[in-house]
Design a protein. Sequence first.
Lengths: 436, 206
Amino acid sequence: MKGRTKRLSWALWALCSLAAGAALADRLVSEPRSRQLFLPGRTTDGHYQIELECAACHTPRFTSADDLQAACISCHGAELAEAKDSHPTSKFTDPRNAERVALLDGRLCITCHAEHRPERTGSMGLSLPGDYCYHCHEDVGTERESHVGLAFDSCASSGCHNFHDNRALYEDYLVQHGSEPWLLSAPLIAKGGPEPARKSSAKALGLGEADGPAFARQETAAWLASAHAEAGVNCSGCHQGTGAGFSPDVPSEVCGTCHAGPTEGWLSGRHGMRVKTGAQPMRVSEARKPMKASAHDSELSCSSCHGNHGTETERAALEACEACHDDEHTRAYRRSKHFALLMEERSGRIAAGGGVSCASCHLPKRVDEGGRPSTQHNQNDNLRPAEKMIRTACQSCHGLPFSIDSLADRALAQRNFDRAPSAHVLSVDFALERAK
Amino acid sequence: MNRPSSDRHESFEKRPPRLRNACLASVAVAASLGALGCGEKAGGITPQQMTDALHAVMESDRTVYTKNVVNRLQNKENVIKASEHWEDDKALPLPAQMFRMGAEMVATKKAGFTYALLSKWPVNKQNKASTAIETQGLDFVADAKNKGKAFYGEEKLGEKTYFTAVYADTAVVEACITCHNGHKDSPRRDFQLGDVMGGVVIRVPL
């Protein structure tokens, strides 16, 4: 009798476990919001937007390090290539580095950057061990006179080095630009000309040729004044139809059919990364950064910044940012010299490129592999660590020593660079001294 | 001297699939060089034949780039400089950089072998010998009495055993020695034309 009860208890336990497992599995598959239950820890700032799209990083071979690495590279590979990554995976796959790899497996991003580990996540929004330089470069601390006695974990935190992106920090560059004044003689941000789009072979369209439905005619004037009408792109070209199929909303994928470069960048950045994974577009209310309550209901798309029909690049470079962002850095912008210069540029008192908008630094101009000018719409590309911004933004106007020191002054960044930096990074001094 | 004895050279069929694939891949390279007779079967290729064939390609390409591109355009015709910071300086990549870029690209392809350019007197300390075989190999090829000879050995790195070959890397044009003798990080500044400046290390997993 006792044995029978025991068997029944076990059966009941198994049944309950199965039912609970099935219920959880159902929620995991069918209801993205419920996946929150399965998160093993708070996700980093860089990934929280897609934390419920588990498959964006975790393939069916859930614990495969190679698969995880492939997922990292699928989103961050282009950024690393553009940064001329100083430590690509291929540096660590050479068997001669086997002993080092046993200490620090540089073949995998997750060796340094652990996800779902809030206790190890630092101020840059990712985890970073302190000793990652030391294992391969410990001799520098004894052989390089200027580096004797420096803390083993100060290589990057001091503002001198960057594991991936040393474009503005390598020694000969410091020597070459180390004597520059705080303001260069021709401080201008490259404008780069119009963004190239896939050309339409159609002729420019007139008012009577718009093929949108009657209820949308009030928008026709804006369309007519835009580059779209001029390029022969009719209403149906973006709104996916003329009659019943007409859609007022234009998904970013549609913009991407002609504006491939900017869209690709946007999809890789904070504004479009959810769309890239197939999730619903990011809503302003879901952001971790402080945002204006008036914008909370907005969803992010190309038109959030560029408007519905025109390109509105001027608005997209400043007012569109301010419409949502409500942090100290953004609020301080209008008290900065950068803003005053932008107003002078807009009024025509100084040359084009003389002003500094949000986009000047966070969505800088670049030249693609084909030599065409474009705007980097992936604002993550030069955001953190701040030194990534030196060549893409600061050095358009400022000398290298001033740029390095300004970015190292965290309080100054919060105040949106309203005065001279109080921080001083020693890297330029070291380089110039050694070059004597 | 750590040279493989004949009994350490197993037949091709006994090798694990990875090496077999690598050897098959090398056949095309080796055959195009004429390193193998037309009638020789792929199954007869030893690791040493494979590394010798690969090195023949590497050395030839490296010499062509050094002489016909860098030395001609920089030193003879004064058209464009070669620079360590070739992108920033709008210049040609240095021959050693060209070689390393190729090695890094091969490393991403899991091609069944790896290679590196190392030296007893490296400009970048990361390119000095880091294993016992590398040290022996670089000493061997730098020794004047071994001129024209390569060094071969086996070593265990991590969990794998490798056939490792080291070939002399020689200063073939003026540009090689002027750069190394004048570089602030170079530990040796008396190189002359024809000197062995380092070694090409090729590894094949066994």
